[in-house]
Ligand binder design. Structure first.
Ligand SMILES: C[S@@+](CC[C@H](N)C(=O)[O-])C[C@H]1O[C@@H](n2cnc3c(N)ncnc32)[C@H](O)[C@@H]1O
Length: 297
């Protein structure tokens, strides 16, 4: 790994160690039963496509590796469905919280701190490798995909979600609306206006305003993308077009792509009243989440 990538990886690890993914959506003591219940309720209400897209119900008796397990919310669904589940994450914080969830809810599973780019599993170990919203945060995504291919059994399937370049969220929300709106954050009434229009908490908006002032590269397109996906302090996020995703998974024999999730919070005014049927149709074209289903020969 280059020195540059290894420094960036350390920043990625430090960010997620400090902000375990999803904790901000639960107003309860992290690690408590109530905490996990709230996280789960929020996840499958807001991202209601996940259960079907991930196919938890089809994983009975299959060996499943999840890369970037976060709080173990999806992991718990695999374990409940009867999968033989292993979860890994770059951070100790995620592994501890996911392990705690499994203990509290008496689910079987194995957890390890591990780097997606260098997995410590033998070749041909798993039937399914699942990774949701993770590999666009690692410096060498292609290395992680090669590792997935290596640890999958022949006939096994990778199910990976990456952020989608040709999405409403990237093309319109991040690249136009947020980019224009960020200048409003320089003034207090602007912060309140953006909060009113989008529901984004004022403290998160103030953090963006701070980054805009302090970080000279904040408005560079790559930096702006990273800072406007998973929090103002997030050091790395990328987006992929369908063609870029196919290229990334070129060693797999069959690749199917689907897009989900419109992130309605960022559809000012229209979002709250959009019927689910129309939302699904729009998401299947311009959704923010690009799901890749790739089979190994
Ligand atoms: C946005 S969260 C997603 C967590 C979970 N999959 C979900 O959907 O809620 C990203 C997670 O990926 C983990 N991560 C980032 N880079 C990683 C890497 N190279 N190897 C393993 N995990 C990584 C982070 O520690 C963090 O827990």
């Amino acid at each position: 790994m280059s020195e540059e990538n290894s420094k960036l990886k350390e920043r990625v690890r430090a960010f997620w160690q400090e902000h375990p993914c999803g904790t901000k959506f639960a107003d309860a003591e992290p690690g408590s039963r109530r905490f996990y219940e709230l996280v789960e309720e929020h996840r499958y209400t807001k991202e209601w496509h996940i259960r079907a897209a991930a196919g938890f119900a089809n994983s009975k008796n299959l060996s499943v590796l999840e890369i970037g397990c976060g709080l173990g919310t999806d992991g718990a669904q695999f374990a409940r469905a009867g999968a033989n589940y292993t979860g890994v994450d770059l951070t100790q914080a995620a592994v501890d919280l996911a392990k705690r969830r499994f203990e509290l809810f008496q689910l079987p599973g194995t957890f390890l701190v591990a780097d997606a780019e260098r997995l410590d599993f033998p070749d041909n170990s798993f039937d399914i490798v699942y990774s949701h919203g993770v590999l666009h945060h690692t410096p060498d995504t292609a290395a992680a995909v090669r590792e997935i291919h290596r640890v999958l059994r022949p006939g096994g399937q990778a199910i990976v979600m990456l952020y989608h370049r040709n999405s409403y969220n990237y093309r319109v929300n991040i690249s136009l609306l947020r980019r224009a709106g960020v200048h409003l954050l320089r003034w207090n009434p602007g912060v309140r206006l953006v909060n009113f229009l989008t529901g984004e908490p004022e403290d998160a908006l103030r953090e963006h305003a701070r980054q805009l002032q302090m970080q000279p590269g904040y408005l560079n397109s790559e930096e702006f993308l990273s800072r406007n996906t998973d929090g103002a302090g997030n050091p790395l996020a990328r987006v992929y077009s369908r063609a870029e995703a196919r290229d990334l998974f070129k060693d797999f024999s069959r690749v199917e792509l689907r897009t989900y999730f419109l992130n309605k919070r960022w559809l000012p005014l229209l979002g709250p009243v959009l019927p689910r049927s129309l939302e699904s149709q729009m998401a299947s074209r311009w959704g923010w989440h690009l799901w890749i289903y790739a089979t190994k020969d």
